[in-house]
Design a protein around this ligand. Structure first.
Ligand code: SF4
Ligand code: SF4
Length: 411
């Protein structure tokens, strides 16, 4: 029988967590035709909003060329061949054909804020502006009975067709009294279940909606859980992170508009196009990790030289997300680029497991056996045992090697 460590390693090093990008010409030709037919169908439908993408782009000082560059990058992000770029551009222009209902539950509104607070929106954010947002509790002017009526109308009109975006956790303790909404004082659980019933698919946005996030941190007084813990029988797509990256939200909607289906998901229901790789796989500081060059304390020479942040708590080796590639704030920067380690915000229970400034090796866990570098490259989510220590040993061994060569040079 496999021991726990081996079993977890197998689950999380399995190739299935990544998209197979080499499926042969026949597969992509059939997919292209399917997408073409889907877009032709959508074109026949009346747009739900009057917003014209090209006009909005022009208002923002962006050209058609900028848009096609974005479409090409979005195609690559969705891990489709370049021949799909014109289809992806068309799908972006047809985003206003798919109705979206957005619920806000137990959270800080960080995901909505991340979209709203951008003063120079890049194309991802502009495209989110043109989606047919039928209901968004935080953004709409209506309140009370009027808001309730708006929700009811949207649900009736788009029965079985709307995408339901959910931001925030769902408190279940004490009958759900820690979160109620609307004129009838519905609990968040009742509210979510009612609106989820007729959705085409549910997109849980941010770590609170996906895994409970900060509200679910120990001792979790409100009994907070994520959407997938209480909704059954519906396609659910998780886009964790704190906040979720707008590029990944757009990617999921684009995929749905383009193909009529949800994207391929990993075992935690995260789209593989965004969560198939670890932060550590594509980190700009990785060469320093491999060379054993670490920031030892804040403000030291290593910090000034942008060395690896593992020893001051970076959880990039345990975290699956694409922020090292997509970045934040118009792709200007991202946490590790700004000098702070990853706190694993896109992983379950991140607040209790990862969000501290110590390497995982400091945890009270059993030492591993086997090759160090091999262990690092085979790291698996949730293996809070052997592998983490493996990285710690690698880090320590690399530093020791560095010190030895320093001493050698001095002598
Ligand atoms: S440990 Fe963190 S900072 Fe270091 S290379 Fe990995 S992801 Fe980058
Ligand atoms: S670098 Fe880590 S903590 Fe920061 S946003 Fe990305 S996944 Fe979350």
């Amino acid at each position: 029988m496999l021991d726990k460590r081996e079993a977890l390693k197998r689950v999380f090093t399995a190739k299935s967590s990544r998209i197979d990008t080499n499926r042969g010409e026949a597969y992509y030709e059939a997919l292209w035709q399917k997408c073409r037919a889907r877009l032709d169908e959508l074109k026949k439908m009346a747009p739900r909003t009057k917003v014209d993408l090209s006009e909005v782009l022009e208002d923002e000082g962006l050209t058609r060329r900028d848009f096609m560059k974005w479409a090409s990058a979005a195609t690559a992000m969705l891990m489709l061949p370049a021949s799909f770029t014109p289809l992806v551009a068309e799908a972006a222009e047809l985003m206003n054909r798919v109705p979206v209902i957005w619920l806000e539950l137990q959270d800080c509104a960080g995901n909505s804020e991340a979209l709203l607070r951008s003063d120079g929106p890049k194309i991802d954010e502009i495209i989110l502006d043109i989606i047919s947002l039928e209901f968004h509790e935080t953004l709409m002017a209506a309140a009370g009975h009027q808001a309730e009526e708006q929700l009811h109308d949207a649900m009736e009109h788009f029965k079985g067709k709307y995408l339901l975006f959910v931001e925030g956790a769902i408190p279940l303790a004490n009958g759900g009294i820690y979160g109620t909404i609307g004129p009838s004082g519905e609990t968040f659980e009742e509210h979510l279940k009612r609106v989820a019933k007729d959705a085409a698919a549910i997109v849980a946005v941010g770590t609170c909606a996906t895994f409970g996030g900060v509200p679910a941190a120990a001792p979790n007084p409100t009994g907070a859980v994520g959407v997938m813990d209480i909704i059954n029988g519906k396609p659910i797509i998780n886009i964790p992170a704190c906040p979720a990256n707008p590029a990944n939200m757009v990617g999921v909607i684009l995929h749905f508009v383009l193909t009529g289906q949800i994207p391929e998901l990993d075992s935690l229901l995260r789209p593989k196009f965004a969560f198939g790789y670890r932060i550590h796989d594509n980190c700009e500081r990785r060469a320093h990790f491999d060379a054993g060059e670490f920031v030892e304390e804040w403000g030291d020479e290593g910090a000034k030289n942008n060395w690896c942040l593992y020893k001051v708590g970076c959880k990039g080796p345990m975290t699956f997300n694409n922020c090292s590639i997509v970045r934040y704030n118009e792709a200007v920067n991202w946490p590790i680029g700004a000098g702070h380690g990853c706190i694993g915000c896109s992983e379950p229970d991140f607040w209790d497991k990862y969000a501290y400034e110590r390497p995982m090796a400091d945890a009270n866990i059993k030492a591993p056996t086997g090759g160090v570098e091999k262990t690092v490259d085979e790291f698996g989510l949730g293996v809070l045992t052997a592998t983490a220590v493996g990285i710690g040993i690698h880090a320590a061994a690399s530093v020791l090697a560095g010190k030895k060569s320093d001493e050698g040079e001095k002598q």
